[in-house]
Design a binder for this molecule. Structure first.
Ligand SMILES: *[C@@H]1O[C@H](CO)[C@@H](O)[C@H](O)[C@H]1NC(C)=O
Length: 418
């Protein structure tokens, strides 16, 4: 299986073979070609580590959420840090009974992992991805309606595993908004601006997920090579944006002919990387790529890309999002949480989910650790120069290499911002 994938990618790199994307569907994903009709599933050692297995599950929730957001806004940028939203849901599941707990577990793909200590493992995952060297901040919070009495048997594990206490609203919108903004500022160390939106009304349960990331490349860009250059919004329209470039970039690369896109990976400090999906043609329709995004597919890509030297251009980027993701979640097997869920482990009163809010800031610039490529990267010998120009709509995925967790995902149709 390993050797086969490698061959396919090498073929793809040279522009001939086809790269099968059948990861994510276990029935087809791991068929040994040598056996006669009997599927043999190989357990990847990476997924034997409970944290990695959990990271794959919540990241698959993240790809689902991304797809819903993206299909809901076909002509706008999308920026999401789905982990903070997944964390809020995982924390909320501590208070869910039976069918409500099952709905949450299905959405988070917990039903596919046999881990008796999901929340303990989640705590480990959060500690790992928010370690200081990652430059990634993420926080989640559960906010309850005014004067709700919350059982201590819910608050104790919430604090133990997720390091957070639920917030009970006062009913004074100005004070409540200010308190939420203050909490967010403290969590994000001031990197995420205060929300200018009003406090939503009619809250029963509000979930809030916040995240910030500023990328530090392993090899920094020379800012003298940054200049205004064309970015093709679509086949007709072009805008000028600050574009960084490196004429001799070392990146990991593969051409996926099934998805008609060129995939590249650039390493960041703190065991992180960004994977880019760049269609072969200028288009705002990235559906084909989006449909294939799963934790398993990204994991395979991470293993199969080949190091090459390339002429790289990439727009400078600073994007932010402040809004609701409620609608996308309602479309994702989670509608029952908004109707009549069973949260009797939280309170005796009937409560239900009413809003899910997300705030995120993401940026990269020329900043990086060193001017020399990291040792150990040996480029494949190519007989032709490779160009990789992110000067048209693309998708990026920020992935934690240690756990495989999806930390940010973006659809960039216009790098000037949403
Ligand atoms: C986008 O591409 C997909 C797959 O290639 C296709 O099925 C779909 O119709 C396209 N959507 C639009 C709006 O063109």
């Amino acid at each position: 299986m390993q050797a086969l994938m490698l061959l396919l990618w090498t073929g793809a790199l040279l522009g001939q073979g086809s790269c099968q994307n059948n990861a994510g569907s276990p029935e087809e994903g791991s068929l040994d070609p040598d056996t006669t009709g009997v599927p043999v599933e190989e357990e990847d050692p990476f997924y034997k580590v409970p944290v990695n297995k959990l990271a794959a599950a919540v990241s698959n929730f993240g790809y689902d959420l991304y797809r819903m957001r993206s299909s809901g806004s076909p002509t706008a940028n999308v920026l999401l840090s789905p982990l903070s939203v997944a964390t809020a849901f995982s924390a909320l599941s501590l208070g869910a009974e039976q069918r409500t707990e099952s709905s949450l577990h299905r959405a988070l793909y917990y039903d596919l992992i046999s881990n008796p200590d999901i929340h303990g493992t989640y705590k480990e995952l959060l500690a790992s991805v928010t370690a200081p060297q990652k430059n990634f901040k993420s926080a989640s919070r559960i906010v309850f309606e005014r004067k709700l009495r919350v059982k201590s048997s819910f608050v104790a594990p919430l604090e133990k595993f997720y390091g957070t206490r639920p917030r009970i609203l006062t009913g004074n919108p100005r004070m409540d908004l200010q308190e939420i903004n203050n909490w967010m500022q403290a969590q994000m160390k001031g990197k995420v601006a205060r929300s200018t939106r009003e406090m939503p009304s009619g809250i029963s349960i509000l979930l809030l997920g916040v995240a910030y990331f500023k990328g530090q490349w392993v090899t920094k860009f020379d800012s003298r090579k940054t200049s205004l250059a064309d970015f093709h919004l679509d086949e007709e329209r072009t805008v000028r944006v600050p574009m960084m470039s490196d004429p001799k970039a070392l990146l990991r690369y593969g051409l996926d002919s099934d998805l008609s896109c060129k995939i590249a990976q650039l390493p960041l400090t703190g065991s992180m990387s960004i994977i880019f999906f760049l269609p072969l043609k200028v288009t705002q329709n990235l559906t084909l790529i989006e449909e294939s995004l799963t934790s398993e597919f990204i994991h395979d890509i991470d293993r199969e890309l080949k190091t090459v030297e390339a002429v790289l251009t990439i727009p400078k980027l600073k994007l932010s999002f402040d809004g609701e993701v409620t609608k996308a979640l309602q479309e994702m097997k989670l509608q029952s949480l908004f109707d009549s869920p069973d949260f009797s482990k939280i309170t005796g009163k009937p409560i239900k989910l009413t809003q899910v809010e997300h705030r995120a800031v993401f940026e990269w610039s020329e900043d990086g650790a060193g001017t020399n490529p990291s040792p150990g990267l040996q480029p494949a010998r190519l007989t032709f120069p490779l160009d990789y120009h992110l000067n048209q709509p693309f998708i990026f995925v920020l992935r934690d290499t240690d756990t495989g967790a999806l930390l940010f995902i973006g659809k960039i149709l216009d790098p000037r911002g949403t």
